[in-house]
Structures are given as structure tokens and as C-alpha cells.
Design a protein around this ligand. Structure first.
Ligand SMILES: Cc1cc2nc3c(=O)[nH]c(=O)nc-3n(C[C@H](O)[C@H](O)[C@H](O)COP(=O)(O)O)c2cc1C
Length: 186
């Protein structure tokens, strides 16, 4: 058993569900998990860098050109035991499936040893965006690569429509992460 706390890389993309992800982040850090956050520029329009730093105790990584963090697109991939993109937008899912690496999320995905360590995505979007053949093809591609796709919930969506596309509920996410990392909690 490892003597150190389990390490979670928590990557946010630009969905209205970022506030729910913050709730999960709070619970996960309280559970003793060491968390580092990564955010796309769009995600930072939904939640502030100060919120992410306040919840985790470390600054969010959002730009590969940040001074002093020149190799974090590799280092964070080596550091973590589990990575989860939460919320995962249609845009980010399609970009990951295509192997694009011009932002921290994409670069970390390619630097991640996908056969050795789990990478999860938690989609959150409008039901039509989720059902679109482009999005579904990307999810299939990601599953083939070895990514675990957490099931989106059904019900009322932020856009006012009903359907599948709600971010997994924070409580459920926390339980799934604890089940995955629990054996590492000393
Ligand atoms: C209010 C608002 C809510 C949004 N919610 C979502 C969402 O839940 N899921 C999604 O895929 N895109 C959503 N978008 C669109 C994304 O923010 C947009 O596609 C963005 O380019 C995603 O960038 P990223 O994947 O790099 O974070 C939303 C946009 C706005 C303005």
C-alpha cells in the first residue's frame, strides 16, 4: 500500500456544470485526496482560478506557456494516479478523440500512460449535442483507446430542455473516485 495520499488530476472544460464539479472537488479534497486542477479558458469563464485554488490549495494549470510550469503538461501526467475530465464538453471530447494537444487538457491526455492509469471523462451537455454522431463517434473512439466514459444523467438541462446530458451527480462521482483510489488511501 502506498504511504502517500492518492493523487487526482481534475480537468474542467467549459460547461455550465463546472459549479457541480467544484462541489465534487471540495468533497474529494476533504476525503484526503491530493488534487491538482487543469482548466480550459472556457472553464475559467464559469469558475474562477481563485475558486479552484481555494478548493485544492494549488494553482490551476490552464496555459502551457505559464512561467514556471513549462513541463506541467508532462509532469502532471506522471504525478497523478487518476485523471478525470469533469465536466467534459462536446468540444473537449471531440478534441481528445482527435488527439489534439494545443491546450493543457489535450497535451496531458497524450502524455498520460493510458494503458497503466485510468483516464475518465464525465460528459455534460445538451442532449442533442450528446446524441450527435460526431460526439458519439468521439466517445466510441475514446472508449476504444481505454478511456472510461461516466454515464450522463437524464432530466432537466441548463438550457431548459429535457434529456440525457446532465453531469454525473457530485455524490456519485465522489463515490466512484473513492472506489477507484480507496486502496491508495493510507
Ligand atoms: C452558458 C453556457 C453554457 C455552456 N454549457 C455547455 C455544456 O454544458 N456542454 C458543452 O459541451 N458546451 C457548453 N457550452 C459551450 C462551450 O463552452 C464551448 O463549446 C466552448 O468552446 C468549450 O470549450 P472547451 O471544451 O475548451 O472548454 C456552454 C456555453 C455557454 C455560454
Amino acid at each position: 500500500m502506498s504511504a502517500r495520499p492518492p493523487r487526482l488530476l481534475f480537468l474542467l472544460s467549459g460547461s455550465i456544470a463546472c459549479y457541480k464539479a467544484c462541489h465534487a472537488l471540495s468533497r474529494l479534497t476533504q476525503a484526503g485526496i491530493e488534487v491538482r486542477t487543469v482548466a480550459t479558458p472556457a472553464a475559467l469563464r464559469f469558475v474562477g482560478a481563485a475558486t479552484l485554488e481555494g478548493l485544492t490549495g494549488t494553482p490551476v494549470f490552464s496555459d502551457v506557456w505559464t512561467e514556471g510550469r513549462a513541463m506541467d503538461h508532462i509532469n502532471l501526467a506522471r504525478w497523478a494516479d487518476l485523471a478525470i475530465v469533469c465536466p467534459a464538453t462536446a468540444n473537449t471530447l471531440n478534441r481528445l478523440a482527435a488527439g489534439l494537444a494545443d491546450d493543457p487538457v489535450g497535451a496531458l491526455f497524450l502524455a498520460w500512460e493510458i494503458q497503466q492509469k485510468p483516464w475518465w471523462v464525465a460528459p455534460a451537455m445538451n442532449h442533442t449535442m450528446l446524441a450527435h454522431p460526431a460526439t458519439q463517434a468521439s466517445l466510441d473512439r475514446l472508449r476504444t483507446i481505454g478511456v472510461r466514459v461516466l454515464a450522463a444523467g437524464s432530466g432537466a438541462l441548463a438550457c431548459g430542455e429535457q434529456g440525457e446530458g446532465r453531469l454525473v451527480e457530485p455524490e456519485s462521482l465522489v463515490l466512484q473516485v473513492l472506489a477507484e483510489l480507496g486502496p491508495k488511501i493510507a
